[in-house]
Design a binder for this molecule. Sequence first.
Ligand code: AMP
Ligand code: MN
Ligand code: MN
Ligand code: MN
Length: 282
Amino acid sequence: MIDLHCHSIFSDGTDTPEALAALAEAAGLRALALTDHDTLAGLERFLACQPRVSTELVPGVELSCRYLGRVLHVLGLFVDPGNPAFQARIEDMRERRVERNRLMVERLQAMGVAITWEEVAALAPTDSISRTHFARALVKHGAAGSPQDAFRRFIGDEGPAFVPLRDLTPRDAATWIREAGGVSVVAHPGRFSHRSFRWEEAMADLKAQGLQGLEAHYPDYGPMEHRYFLELADVLGMVPSGGSDYHGGHKPGQHLGVGTGSLHVPDGVLDLLKGLRRGETV
Ligand code: AMP
Ligand code: MN
Ligand code: MN
Ligand code: MN
């Protein structure tokens, strides 16, 4: 069993990279990828655990993109965190995130929610601040009843206080990832848009833009959706990747490897990803 998607305190998870590596070992995972949002900051500490754990630790990232006017996440697996061009591109994303976060505070204040930058920053364990921390801050401030309520009323993808991150296209994300030695994967396509969105054409388009895999195994999927994405990956010749998207305490009930209990990403996916890096096809 492997898990190719999780988050640490360097984005919006609650576990340190060291804790994630130890949890992976305890769960008996053959491999774990750390895929924090738009940052490589946790990877050095994560990879430094490698001699101590038998789980293969895979460097990754989850890039926030825009596609068809919506948020689309693209995972980069096996990216080289020491690649200078990639680091510069990610630094640009980080600056844009800081700017975006300031704009979101202004939007909330304009809506009559007197929340401050300090209140939001206080809830983030590192200087990487995401909407997850905004959601917590809005609850603490008394403006929302729960994080879900905060997303629904204020900061969700359709919310009035949401400001998107920079307009990174999936094509550019795929190029950045390839040039950093990694494999690009469309993250949780089932969470994109409404559930009835038909992916055939859009995924073929993304493949033509350079995306090499899609998350076919994901905790939120029902049996039909799981089968649908496995078949889509098969038909298009894309890697059927997958992972728990574990965020620690920010997503209660989700565990590394097994998700909510029934997730199982086959070990063979790892070999397919490594094959792609060597220039093989799926
Ligand atoms: P950001 O990268 O700062 O725009 O924040 C995106 C993160 O917020 C996602 O990775 C999720 O962890 C979380 N998120 C986005 N929308 C929702 C939602 N509707 N409910 C719960 N969490 C969400
Ligand atoms: Mn997240
Ligand atoms: Mn995501
Ligand atoms: Mn994620």
